[in-house]
Design a protein around this ligand. Structure first.
Ligand SMILES: [Zn+2]
Length: 222
């Protein structure tokens, strides 16, 4: 085998899920692919997240593998509402221009922080910024940006920007009125629409039913 293929496959293997034995989840940060009886799956681990999401449906040809179940586990605590409110304030002040910011979580101190980004250029329809430099054990968890007076949705540019990353992506829209939001979990190019699961001690997210209106974070921000 070409050593480059050996290296790639060792780093991101496709695992045949056992039918009789116990499945062992990915233990280290990274991602891999799971071949199950019920299709191919993406498995992702970060310090703050563990996820298994379907990539394909089961094939008509039965595979002799085990069944994979969907999973989304937060390894970090709920995200403080105050950090979202801080960004909502920035988004309103910047309106009609776009604004952007990050919420990070440090696995060593177990603390969240709001990180301003180095804005190079902002208009009413796009924003360019330098990514903040993160400290030891600090991870990007929420990538925030606003759409000025426009609504909250993910544009083709957003899809391009979010591809290949593992993070929550949140858009704030109608920043001159009552805010609306859209949020999704980005998993290496897969986008999972999210809704608010709880806002009791901070914000917790869960996958949204496809038909669900996505205004839940905005409701928590009132
Ligand atoms: Zn956008």
């Amino acid at each position: 085998m070409d050593p480059r293929d050996a290296a790639l496959q060792a780093l991101t293997p496709t695992v045949m899920v056992p039918r009789f034995g116990e499945f062992e989840p990915l233990a280290q940060p990274g991602h891999r692919f799971l071949a199950g009886q019920n299709g191919d799956w993406l498995e992702v681990r970060r310090a703050w997240l563990y996820a298994r999401m379907p990539l394909t449906k089961a094939s008509s040809v039965v595979k002799p593998y085990g069944t994979v179940t969907a999973s989304l586990e937060w390894m970090c605590p709920p995200i403080p509402l105050a950090l979202f409110e801080r960004f909502a304030g920035m988004a309103r002040e910047s309106c009609p221009l776009e604004a952007a910011g990050w919420i990070t979580w440090n696995e060593v101190s177990n603390e969240f922080a709001f990180r301003e980004v180095g804005v190079r250029e902002a208009s009413a329809s796009r924003i360019h910024f330098d990514r903040p430099r993160l400290g030891e054990g600090e991870h990007l968890v929420v990538d925030l940006h606003s759409h000025g007076r426009s609504s909250a949705f993910f544009s083709g540019t957003d899809d391009e920007d979010d591809r290949g990353e593992v993070k929550l992506s949140v858009v704030l829209g109608r920043c001159d009125q009552k805010l609306v939001t859209a949020q999704r979990l980005c998993l290496m190019g897969m986008f999972v629409p999210m809704q608010l699961a709880s806002a009791v001690d901070g914000l917790m997210f869960k996958p949204a039913p496809v038909e669900e209106p996505r205004t839940f974070v905005a409701d928590a921000l009132v």
